[in-house]
Structures are given as structure tokens and as C-alpha cells.
Design a binder for this molecule. Structure first.
Ligand SMILES: [Zn+2]
Length: 208
């Protein structure tokens, strides 16, 4: 049973300051270590500076990521604040030697793409992620959500793959209908949170 109020309070840290986040936090990113192989990431939980421009936040991804991490015991990394310069989560991962995880990188996309979950495999062919994509297809059937694969080469997925040459990061883009903790709470409660938790568990158990 997910408490909407808990999601709302987790969300507050990210939406403060018009989604510029917590400017008083000295750290751009925070890593919460639960000792898991799976690590959930939310690099766009606040506004970010990407490719010389300001990008709006992927609303609610910070709260949903933290909620799943806390309740199901997975490590996570969230962005705490906007910085008016390039500050990549892939660099944070490499500098802190955290690359030996399987990353599920949680993002948001607009409604109306014809699907509600897009899965990015970065530079690598989907075949390298055959097991994980099968888990996702199974969960998409179970939770009755349309999913599609695409190959986003920028962002954490492509950057980490390039740096480590390992197939250990997938990008999950959720439509607003499956992120909005206020207007679509039932979807977040019945689909998004259990989907991410179960996918994490599938991947954790596959390896360990
Ligand atoms: Zn994003």
C-alpha cells in the first residue's frame, strides 16, 4: 500500500525553488547505498543544464525513485539541485567508482507518444539486454502498459556504455500519466512503483 502523502513529501525536496532543487545542499548528486546490485537513478529530478541550455525537470522521478529505493532496498542516486554548468551523473558514477551496478535510469517523457514506457538501450544493440528486455516485456503484459524500445545515445545509458563497455544500464522513460503523483496517483500506485520494484528484483535475482 503506497501512501500518496509519502510520495508528496519526498517530492518536495525536488520541486522546491521552482524545481531548481535544494541550492543549500553542497552535493549535486546523492548516493544512497543499500548494498544492492541494482541502482536506481534520477538525474533529471530537478532542472538541469544540458547541452548549453536549461532543461525542465522530469517531474516526480526523484520521488518515485527514492520511494522504490527506500521501500524495496535498492541503492539510488538522485540529483539534488540545478547547476548552471554541465554536471553529469555518469561522471559522478565513475568518480565514485559505482560503475559495478546495474542502473535503471528513471526519466519522464510527454504523454501521447503511443506508449507509456520507452526503454533506451543506448549505443548497444537490444540483444545485449535480452534478459532485461524480456523482464520488461513480461511486466508490461502484467501491468497492461504499452512499451517500446528506442536507442537514446545521449544521457547516462550511452555515456556509461561508452566508458565501461558493459551492458549494465537501461533508460526507462515514463509518460506523465504514469508519473504524476497528484493527478495519476492510481497509475503510480498500481503500475509504476510495482513495475520498477519488480524489474529491480528480477535483475537483482538474475545476477546474485
Ligand atoms: Zn530525463
Amino acid at each position: 500500500m503506497i501512501l500518496q502523502q509519502e510520495l508528496i513529501s519526498l517530492n518536495e525536496i525536488f520541486i522546491q525553488n521552482q524545481s531548481y532543487g535544494n541550492e543549500h545542499n553542497p552535493d549535486i548528486f546523492s548516493y544512497f547505498d543499500k548494498g544492492s546490485y541494482v541502482c536506481l537513478t534520477a538525474p533529471h529530478s530537478t532542472k538541469t543544464f544540458v547541452a548549453k541550455h536549461l532543461k525542465g525537470s522530469d517531474l516526480y522521478t526523484g520521488a518515485i525513485t527514492k520511494y522504490v529505493a527506500q521501500h524495496y532496498n535498492y541503492s539510488c542516486i538522485v540529483r539534488n539541485k540545478y547547476m548552471p554548468e554541465t554536471a553529469l551523473i555518469s561522471d559522478f558514477i565513475l568518480q565514485n567508482r559505482l560503475e559495478n551496478h546495474f542502473f535503471l535510469d528513471i526519466h519522464g517523457m510527454k504523454n501521447g507518444n503511443g506508449f507509456d514506457l520507452a526503454v533506451g538501450t543506448g549505443y548497444f544493440k537490444p540483444e545485449l539486454y535480452e534478459k532485461q528486455l524480456q523482464f520488461i516485456d513480461n511486466l508490461a503484459l502484467k501491468y497492461v502498459i504499452n512499451n517500446d524500445n528506442y536507442t537514446g545515445k545521449i544521457g547516462l545509458t550511452g555515456r556509461l556504455e561508452k566508458a565501461t563497455r558493459k551492458a549494465n544500464v537501461l533508460q526507462l522513460e515514463w509518460s506523465k500519466n504514469y508519473r504524476d503523483i497528484f493527478n495519476s496517483f492510481d497509475n503510480v500506485n498500481n503500475v509504476t512503483v510495482p513495475f520498477i520494484a519488480e524489474l529491480s528484483s528480477n535483475i537483482e535475482n538474475e545476477i546474485c
